[in-house]
Ligand binder design. Sequence first.
Ligand SMILES: *Cc1c(COP(=O)(O)O)cnc(C)c1O
Length: 392
Amino acid sequence: MPAADAALSPVPFFTQAASFDRAWPDVRAHLLDVLDRGKFSHGAKVGELERALARWTGARHAVAVNSGTDALVLLLRAAGLAPGDEVVVPAYSFLATASAVELAGGVPVFADIEAGAHGLDPDTADAAVTARTRAIMPAHLFDRLADLRGLAAVARRRGVTLLEDSAEAIGMRLDGRHAGLLGAGGVLSFFPSKTLGAIGDAGAVLTDDDALADAVRALRHHGRRGATLDDPAAISAATVLPGVNSKADDVQAAVLLAKLARLDADLARRAELAARYDARLRGVPGVRRVPGDAPVHPGGNRVVYVYLVEVDDRDALAAHLAARGIGTEVYYPVPLPLQPCFAHLGHRPGDFPRAEAACAAALALPLYPDLPDAAADRVCDEIERFYLGRAR
Ligand SMILES: *Cc1c(COP(=O)(O)O)cnc(C)c1O
C-alpha cells in the first residue's frame, strides 16, 4: 500500500487475520484431518497438540483444556488445594490468577509486585505466607518471568508449593527451562490474542509430575482418568474425582498445531517490533521507561507477548491514539485486591502501592507478528506528537 495510505490507516490493538493467510495451507491440512475423522472434542488432534506442546516446551506432560482459566483451576485442584488453603498471588495480574484460587476452593492472599517490575516480589510474598499457605503462584506478565529464583527459594524455605500462572509465558525460560516447569506445574492460555493464539478459547496445564498430570486429565473429563476420546481403551469408566467438562476442542488444536510450527518465527518478529518501539520511544518525554531498558532476571529471556509502556497521563494518551485509529489496552486497570469480586477480603486503596502505581500508568501498544513496521512507526509518531505538542 502507498506510504500515504499506510500513514492514515487504522492500527488495531490486535488482529491475527494476516497470520491465517500465511499459515492457511497448514491450518487447512490439520482442519481437514479433524473434519475427515469427525471427532470434534477431546479427539486425536488434541492428543497430537499435547505431544507437540510437550516437545516444544520440554514438559513431560502438556494437558489440553478449554481455557487458561480452567487450566489454573484444575492445576490448583490437582495440586491438592483443600478448602480454605491460602495461595499467595500478585496484587497486579489478570483476574484469573486470583479468581482461579477461589474457584478451586482456596483463599487468594495478595502480595505486592517488585519495585520497577511487574512480577510478584519475593519479600512481600514471603511476608504473606501463614500457617494456612499451601502455595505461592506468581504470574509471568508481558515480556519476562517473575523472579522465579527468589520465589522458588521462598517456597522451599517456607515448605509451600510453587505453581506458576504462566498463561502469557510461552517461550519464556529460566536457564533453558520453560515457564510452568520451575515448580510443581503451570499453564498456557491460547486465547486468540495470546502469543500462541487459537480462534477461540483453549489452554493447557504443563507439568513434569505424572500424578498431577493424571489428576488434571481426570478433572477435565468429569473425573475420568484417560487420554482422549479417540483412545477409548485409555478412558476409564470409573469416576475418581468430581470433575468438570473442560475438554479441548479439536478445531482449536488444528489451528494451534499449524501456528506452533511458526512460533519461533513469530517470536522473532515480536522481538524485532519491540526493539523498534524501544528505539523510537526511548527518551520521549512522558514515556517513563521502555520495556527493553528494564533488565530481565538473571537466567531469564525476554519474550514479548504484550508491549507495555508506563506513561504520564495514560488516559489522555490512550484517547489521543484512539481518536487517530490506534488501538491500545490497559493491562491491568485495577489492582486485583480492589476488584469488587474480592471486596470480601477487605483491602483498601494504599495497601498495594506498587500494583496501584502500575495500574495507573500502564498502556499496551499494538504488537503482533503481522503488524507492519510502518504501523508501529505511526504509533510512535502519534505518541511523540502527543507529548511534544503538550510540552510547547
Ligand atoms: C490470559 C490469562 C489467563 C487466562 O487465560 P484464558 O485462556 O483467557 O482463560 C490467566 N492468567 C493470565 C496472567 C493471563 O494473561
